[in-house]
Design a protein. Structure first.
Length: 220
């Protein structure tokens, strides 16, 4: 009986220690907006639920196998133009595109084409939460920045994307906000739609970040 009680006490102690260590390591959305030194991992752009609207001439297989990967590469390979640290007021933002690249390259493109302008906004918050739950972040912990592309409308020169802050250990979506960006110009499909992402980032810097900080920061 004494041995059994000892094991019970040890088990309880380990549970407490695990809970304490988890709570100490956890980062909140408030800290993300309040502290410049709160780390975050940029995960890239998930295109798996996106709709390509009024662009009948595009090759959807090339789009999946090349263009989506290239768009993600453009964002991280041109840090001065797509300045994520400046955008989110961070001292450091690392990146790992492996998770989104694997998802994008395995996606079924049969339903990606659309002629319905309303498909630019066809997702809801619950859709984003479900997508995040299906990620396997491996041993990654802390906060992740995940962009989810919703619609790319060539005729209206417009993209719609969700900006998400996720807890990679619990797969909880701490923030998800939709933003539209106008597409300007660029040579080839990746550069063309990357211009819309750049314009969307300009909007975040000039307007949305302040709104989000008021909504999620300690001053809310």
């Amino acid at each position: 009986m004494k041995i059994l009680n000892a094991f019970v006490r040890i088990g309880c102690l380990l549970t407490i220690l695990f809970s304490v260590s988890t709570s100490i390591g956890a980062q909140t959305i408030t800290e993300f907006f309040d502290k410049k030194d709160t780390s975050a991992l940029y995960l890239g752009i998930d295109f798996t639920r996106s709709k390509l609207i009024n662009d009948p001439n595009v090759n959807v297989n090339v789009l999946r196998d090349h263009d989506f990967t290239k768009i993600n590469e453009i964002i991280v390979s041109e840090p001065k133009k797509y300045d994520l640290k400046k955008l989110f007021h961070k001292e450091h933002i690392d990146h790992d595109l492996g998770f989104v690249n694997a998802k994008n390259q395995a996606m079924n493109v049969d339903g990606i084409m659309s002629t319905n302008a309303a498909d630019i906004h066809h997702l809801i918050q619950e859709d984003i939460e479900s997508m995040v739950k299906n990620y396997d972040f491996g041993d990654k912990r802390g906060l992740g920045l995940l962009f989810v592309m919703e619609g790319l409308d060539k005729y209206r020169k417009l993209i719609s994307m969700w900006v998400n802050v996720v807890d990679m250990s619990t797969k909880e979506v701490l923030m998800n906000e939709r933003i539209d960006g106008e597409v300007s110009m660029g040579f080839g499909v990746p550069n063309y739609y990357a211009s819309g992402i750049k314009n969307m980032m300009n909007l975040i810097q000039s307007d949305f970040y302040t709104t989000w900080k008021m909504k999620f920061g300690s001053d809310k």
